[in-house]
Design a protein around this ligand. Sequence first.
Ligand code: HAM
Length: 416
Amino acid sequence: MSQIRSIKGTHDILPGDSNRWQRLEQVVHQVCRQFGYREIRTPMFEKTRLFARSVGEETDIVSKEMYSWEDRDGSSLTLRPELTASVVRSYIQHNLRGQAPAQRLYYLGPLFRRERPQKGRQRQFHQFGVEAFGSENPEQDTEIIALAWHILSECGLSVNATLHLNSIGSSDCRSAYKEALKDFIRPNLKQFSETSQRRFETNTLRILDTKAEHEKKLLEGVPLVSDYFTDDDKIHFDSVQHFLNAMDIPFALNPKLVRGLDYYSRTVFEFTSPVLGAQDALLGGGRYDELVETLGGKPTPAIGFAAGMERFLIALESIEKTESDPKPDIYFICLEEDGLPAALSLCQQLRRAGKNLVMDSLRRSLKAQLREANKSGAGHALILGREEIESNSIVIKDLEKGHQVTVLQSSLIEKL
Ligand code: HAM
């Protein structure tokens, strides 16, 4: 029979690897709590409309990467391709604004995008991210960036990471800028790729994001969005930079950074790592001051970011090699079937007393079980054989030093 394999672009996280995942997750939980963020968990699928309206119909994500299907009642549903839209939906639906004028939320979980799989790019991948609602002030922007910086530092990744920073201005300035950009590109439009030509009408700003060298040349001397900033846009962006300097967080201004989702306004940023190759963005985010209103809520400024966890782990691989599996304290060996109730009861007591314990369940010979005990890295083996069962005792074998003692079962915990 032919073997069934996992779907292209999806990956199993095997026991040898899950330690590294758990460690990263712990850092995320710990740092987010330290910054006053609380975890939110939203469903894995939503109405397709939610993503079309927030991420934008013309973005790559919505136009070609979503896993969508028609449900039995005819409604169109989609596996979430990102989490900001879901969090905003939930924020509005549960009136989280009413609970606190400033809401700080974080999340971790899987996402789905039908992209071409390659290193650092999967079809099911994982993000952690944060979203802060309620403040339009630049110190909120730098709090979010500092949180990202803190997690990178905790992981040892901040040394090599670069923070790219830009502001794409508020919507007032962006429409004027889009026209100026179109006027600049129009005379050479035919020389741009098919994708860029399509974006010219639908998503002009994204053309700035091109990776093609010939297009970068064509864009030399392009007008910058900063030339179109309103006074408030300028003050906001200047303050963000000023505060980052005050916090000793280095950044590189990148006037061509625009991000691939439609909801952004003003501050946008990405952290990249050179060890990631072509897909070098560890995390990305920005302000989205109009999204809550677009999705039917009261106007509420907001900002957030999300990080690719697989990419974090790839970057981490370059600085630390695999972490070993946790070792049990005790390896429990029961040699007789009629001793099992007593053995299982002792295991329960030991676990309740806080011991990490593995009990052999293959009913192998003493020799084989001891070999396994040594392999597990446990400090002690407990052996329950015929003699011990008869006398309510048990053997404690120190696996490091090799010596052993027999003690009464009733004093086992005390002896250990
Ligand atoms: P995004 O830039 O689409 O933004 O994704 C954020 C991060 O997720 C990327 O920088 C990358 O590390 C990771 N990522 C994206 N696609 C893939 C993939 N196919 N495979 C592996 N990793 C991937 C957002 O998702 C926004 N919701 C971020 C945000 C939050 N903005 C404001 N709040």
